[in-house]
Design a protein around this ligand. Structure first.
Ligand SMILES: [Zn+2]
Length: 65
């Protein structure tokens, strides 16, 4: 029996699908970490909460992405 990674489907998975998933996970991790410390809302506050794909200022409610 051929090993999965040696098949065409296996190569596609490891060379294309898996890296894509890895990048997506890194992007999600970056979003969860929040904006860089120097990032401030227009109102001057620098506290944000994650709302879906957006960042919402805790103080004034402005939404960033
Ligand atoms: Zn604000």
């Amino acid at each position: 029996m051929t090993e999965f990674y040696l098949t065409q489907m296996g190569r596609t998975f490891y060379e294309s699908t898996l890296p894509r998933i890895a990048r997506a996970l890194e992007q999600i991790a970056d979003i969860k970490k929040g904006p860089p410390a120097q990032f401030k809302c227009a109102c001057g506050y620098d506290g944000f909460e994650v709302a879906g794909n957006f960042l919402k200022c805790v103080k004034c409610g402005r939404v960033y992405r």
